[in-house]
Design a protein around this ligand. Structure first.
Ligand SMILES: Cc1cc2nc3c(=O)[nH]c(=O)nc-3n(C[C@H](O)[C@H](O)[C@H](O)COP(=O)(O)OP(=O)(O)OC[C@H]3O[C@@H](n4cnc5c(N)ncnc54)[C@H](O)[C@@H]3O)c2cc1C
Length: 465
């Protein structure tokens, strides 16, 4: 029997991941269509004045031990990506100027013995949950869980920040089960880190191996629609008008755009459309990429900066689209400390990223104000850093939306209460035969890119076994 023809729409982590898995299986003839000129979607990397920048993503939760690494193992090329792990001392919190290691030095931020005892009890008991308890705890929010032990702004800020860091959703929406599952996995592996060559090195490796197995990549080739006849996907129509017939279509473009734009709502029943419309995305995020004239931040690979006790108020302000004077909560990966190939010798590259207003909150002229708010936040985290900035490039949610869609959100359909476990969007389209969804939207577990790669692995097991 000949190989089955598959058209894959989108080269994000999930799209390029499923493409290489299917090509390697020997059972599929793979065509991968990517609307942009670069491969990798939200994981892509590019050059600017000798510095290598990532479009969005900066740290990988489990590197070779996570789902992205597993794809490389299945295709028998684990060495195709080289990983650098964060060192234990290089990954710190900075809470209003006080640095501490998490969780071992939480006591440094002024909790009393009694408060500390309750925080440790929360932490210990929550992380002791077992797999059979996750589903029940997925109905409880992290905020609710913390408040069973302690009601304190600093504790809420600290753990709320971690909900944002993992899932880019608020603590009152973060399911405890998913938080514990991901947290435990990271603690067991201790391989959080970054790929040498930038996040783009991962989808680029998938793409290289895909081509070695005879797969074809069509860059700058947008798919206009998925052609559906008799309730089944028959192929894809490109923007050029050309039709490409295939046996199955896999969409990495995201559930909502696939249903509403690529397939068309007329092909679906009202109940499924209601479900699709009800899914909510994770928040958006801005990322300031900062080139420094010399290494200013020494011996640090990742700094999580919290400059306020009232994270909730700041988050609310930001999500509603009001621009604060300073972004006083930042994830700051010092990229060139983890991967020195990211910038010219003697310089330093870091990113300051955090939740930002949705694209439609950004009126013309606001972009510079957002950029300045990130610069001000960075200055309060690292006083004097401004004097060393060669340039700072701001990637806004609007940029992410223009490039990759899905309203510019960070992860995909968010891991919020009611949207995890069995409530995740489906991989196999329930109404159109031969159509599959493969993106972070339909990943079951994991953080960011690992959720997307999880979707690719699950689809691979469904199609190849
Ligand atoms: C600012 C930011 C910071 C992040 N930080 C982290 C982090 O630190 N760690 C982490 O693990 N994750 C992080 N993420 C999240 C992570 O990048 C995403 O969850 C993941 O990359 C999503 O992958 P995907 O395959 O689902 O989709 P995407 O990356 O969105 O890929 C979809 C692809 O489909 C293409 N496409 C869409 N429509 C069409 C069409 N009609 N025709 C052809 N092609 C099409 C798009 O161009 C795109 O390439 C971050 C994301 C952002 C934006």
């Amino acid at each position: 029997m000949g190989k089955k023809k598959v058209a894959i729409i989108g080269s994000g982590i999930a799209g390029s991941g499923i493409a290489v898995l299917l090509a390697h299986s020997g059972e599929y003839e793979v065509d991968l269509y990517e609307k942009n000129g670069i491969i990798g979607g939200r994981f892509a990397s590019y050059e600017k004045q000798g510095f290598r920048l990532d479009v969005g993503c900066h740290m990988i939760a489990n590197c070779e031990n996570g789902t992205m690494g597993e794809i490389l193992k299945i295709v028998e090329r684990p060495e195709a990506v080289r990983w650098r792990h964060l060192s234990q001392d290089g990954y710190v919190f900075n809470y209003k100027g006080t640095e501490f290691l998490y969780p071992s030095q939480i006591d440094r931020i002024g909790f009393t013995e009694e408060e500390l005892g309750r925080i440790m009890q929360f932490y210990g008991e929550t992380l002791s949950l077992t797999e059979d308890q996750y589903e029940a705890y997925d109905k409880i929010s992290m905020l609710e869980q913390i408040e069973k032990y302690i009601q304190d702004d600093r504790a809420r800020t600290l753990f709320g920040f971690l909900s944002g860091l993992y899932f880019v959703v608020r603590d009152e929406e973060t399911p405890v089960g998913e938080w514990v599952r991901c947290g435990k996995e990271m603690m067991a592996n201790r391989t959080t880190g970054y790929p040498i060559g930038g996040t783009g090195a991962i989808p680029e490796a998938y793409a290289r191996i895909l081509e070695e197995y005879g797969g074809r990549i069509h860059r700058a080739t947008p798919v206009r629609r998925i052609v559906v006849e008799g309730g089944a996907a028959r192929g894809v129509e490109l923007k050029s008008g050309a039709f490409r017939a295939c046996d199955i279509v896999i969409s990495n473009a995201g559930l909502k755009p696939t249903v509403s734009s690529l397939v068309g709502r007329e092909h679906y029943g009202s109940e499924f459309l209601r479900q699709v419309d009800a899914y909510e995305y994770s928040f958006c995020c801005g990322a300031l990429k900062v080139a420094l004239d010399e290494p200013v931040i020494e011996e640090r690979e990742m700094v999580l900066y919290i400059g306020t006790d009232d994270l909730v108020a700041l988050e609310k302000e930001v999500v509603e689209g009001r621009i604060p004077a300073a972004m006083e909560y930042l994830m700051v990966p010092v990229i060139s400390s983890v991967d020195p190939t990211a910038c010219p010798e003697g310089r330093q590259l870091l990113i300051a990223g955090t939740g930002a207003g949705a694209p439609d909150c950004t009126a013309p002229g606001d972009r510079d104000k957002w950029r300045q708010a990130y610069l001000n936040g960075l200055e309060s985290a690292f006083p004097g850093i401004g004097e060393h900035i060669l340039w700072a490039a701001y990637t806004s949610p609007t940029d992410i939306d223009h490039l990759f869609g899905e309203d510019g959100n960070v992860i995909g359909i968010g891991q919020k209460i009611g949207q995890v476990g069995e409530d995740r969007p489906p991989i196999e389209d329930p109404e159109i035969r031969n159509l599959y969804h493969c993106s972070a939207d339909s990943g079951m577990h994991g953080i960011g890119g690992e959720l997307a790669a999880d979707s690719a692995l699950r689809l691979y097991r469904m199609l190849v076994g």
